[in-house]
Ligand binder design. Structure first.
Ligand code: IMP
Length: 203
């Protein structure tokens, strides 16, 4: 699979935080991102049991519907003491109003029920790039750390205010967005995508 510089790429996500981060990652590579929202693309049901399966469902649906290459991100927070939950259900833990304070409180409550105040955790990101033909490639990245309560910081999105990466003191929501982009699960998956050579100078 090859995408020459100047190609248009649909960012197959309706999550504003993710779209912002993916556009920042794509910026230096001469690829023109188009958001799925601006094309009115529907959000397919995420029926997969893994991040990779869900990323592929979203990328293939957007590529087929738009006729352009599409990049989808499926990601989430896996908490060790909760046997990897919320995992692929991370977005759903924020409830129907998509309020991540609800999701962060639920994690805190479930840890307290186990007599814990924190846990090791990791963010996982699967990025899938798909062509209208259905051809698809997926790349995964992880960021390891621990949880902290109460939530701290206003940057980022989702569960960033309770996640402190290994070797850091500040949460992902307290550090500068550029610093998160240099070390996040999404950045690591994106680095693998870049190393695959999909983005080329020319055809
Ligand atoms: P998805 O749209 O089903 O992949 O949902 C991913 C969910 O995982 C998001 O809505 C967030 O709750 C969480 N998540 C994924 N990546 C991040 C991140 O970089 N920071 C904080 N939360 C994240």
């Amino acid at each position: 699979m090859r995408l020459p510089r100047g190609s248009q790429l649909v960012v197959a996500s309706h999550n504003a935080g993710k779209v912002r981060e993916i556009k920042a990652l794509l910026g230096p590579h001469g690829i023109e991102p188009i958001s799925a929202g601006s094309l009115g693309l529907p959000e397919p049901e995420e029926t997969g049991l893994t991040f990779a399966a869900n990323a592929q469902i979203k990328a293939q649906a957007s590529a087929k519907a738009s006729g352009h290459a599409a990049l989808a991100d499926d990601s989430g927070l896996c908490v060790d003491a909760l046997d990897g939950a919320p995992g692929v259900y991370s977005a759903r833990w924020a409830g129907p109003t998509k309020d991540f304070r609800v999701g962060m409180n639920r994690i805190h409550d479930e840890l307290r029920h186990k007599g814990l105040s924190t846990s090791a955790a990791k963010f996982v990101c699967a990025l899938c790039i798909a062509l209208p033909s259905g051809e698809a490639q997926t790349f995964e990245g992880e960021a390891h750390g621990r949880l902290t309560f109460p939530p701290r910081g206003d940057h980022g999105f989702g569960f960033d205010p309770i996640f402190v990466a290994n070797g850091m003191e500040q949460t992902f929501a307290e550090i500068d967005p550029a610093q998160k982009h240099a070390m996040s699960h999404r950045a690591k998956a994106f680095e693998k995508l870049l190393h695959s050579g999909i983005f080329t100078e020319s055809l």
